[in-house]
Design a binder for this molecule. Structure first.
Ligand code: 8YV
Length: 338
């Protein structure tokens, strides 16, 4: 049987590449840079599948240039890089990597929260630049974390993992989500807030963990930032566009909030001279929520397993648009092959 051709447009961990090679013909662009549109179209010529990071936009123009493409396997839990309507129209399945990055991303979210509250990057720079000449009582004083209220916006897997960490810090946990999450309420004592406004008004730390969709685009804008406490922090580890960055600038300028911890931005990488870069009360990371060696390898392996399942006639475990798979293969095909 001929092996299906799969395009991988950037370097992935060796273990994942080897696993892919066993069942697929692989076109491998072993580079860490983002591919250009031309490189993508060239690589996809003849490919039925693609395994890629969530930075690759899977939109109409790409799908038109790759008519034989059947499946795109994201090495990411977020899939806002997928135009689901265009994928549906072209019968292209999409998969993601939920679960394997939950704890790693929650670690980072909490690290960012603590770094912002306790001014860790600022203090580190202060010491290393030789400015620490004497100790004074108000040197680098920050905000307490222990015993404060954390407001989690988007209580999915990562939200729950952040809540577990917050419990260890004796925090009160409130959350806002499309649906109530009984597990978070029973196991973690998280209190549901149907109203986002209510959560914003009571939280000392607002942590954004919601996927980016048309409903969550600029979920946090001027009105929302205005409702936050003046000594509260906003932490974004979701997607940049969930938080309106110009509204955030206004909030920082006006002293509406204490500051922010950001791992994601409306434009990535952040353009030079971006106004947020000069703010001491904003801790900024380069989108590294899932960036540990082990987790990145597990994400790539999960993505490869999704595509191997697809081409061996099994339903991929992490389909994000199952309708397309069902339309192509039918429910009966699924039952026969399982
Ligand atoms: C990815 C992420 O590394 O999984 C996600 O949704 O944000 C990150 O873990 C990034 O999207 C690149 O694929």
């Amino acid at each position: 049987m001929t092996k299906p051709t799969v395009f991988v447009p950037h370097t992935i961990p060796d273990k994942a590449l080897h696993r892919l090679h066993a069942t697929c013909e692989v076109i491998y662009r072993d580079l860490r840079s983002e591919p250009t549109q031309t490189e993508l179209a060239d690589g996809l010529r003849g490919a039925k599948g693609m395994v890629c990071y969530g930075k690759i936009s899977v939109r109409e123009s790409l799908l038109e240039a790759a008519p034989q493409l059947e499946v795109v396997s994201n090495i990411a839990v977020g899939f806002d890089n997928f135009d689901l309507a265009a994928m549906q129209a072209h019968w292209v399945s999409g998969t993601n990597t939920p679960g394997v990055l939950t704890e790693t991303t929650a670690d980072l979210a909490f690290a960012l929260l603590m770094a912002a509250a306790r001014r860790i990057p600022e203090a580190d720079a202060y010491v290393k630049s030789g400015q620490w000449q004497k100790w004074v009582p108000d040197l680098m004083v920050g905000s307490d974390v222990y015993g404060k209220t954390i407001g989690i916006v988007g209580m999915g897997r990562i939200g729950e993992a952040v809540a577990r960490r917050a419990l260890g810090f004796g925090m009160t946990i409130v959350y806002h989500n499309r649906r109530r999450q009984p597990n978070a309420e029973l196991a973690l004592g998280a209190v549901y807030r149907a109203s986002l406004e209510e959560l914003l008004g009571e939280s000392d730390f607002v942590v954004l963990l919601t996927p980016l969709t048309k409903h969550t685009f600029h979920l946090i804008g001027e009105d929302e930032l205005c409702r936050m406490k003046r000594n509260a922090w906003i932490i974004n580890v979701a997607r940049g566009a969930v938080l309106d960055e110009s509204a955030l600038m206004k909030a920082l300028d006006g002293g509406w909030i204490a500051g922010a911890g950001l791992d994601v931005y409306e434009e990535e990488p952040l353009p030079a001279n971006h106004p947020l870069l000069s703010r001491p009360n904003v801790v900024m990371l380069p989108h590294i929520g899932s960036a540990t060696v082990a987790t990145r390898e597990n994400m790539a392996l999960t993505a490869v397993d999704n595509i191997i399942a697809y081409f061996s006639g099994r339903r991929p475990p992490n389909l994000v648009n199952p309708d397309v798979w069902e339309r192509r293969f039918g429910q009966s095909a699924e039952r026969m092959k399982e």
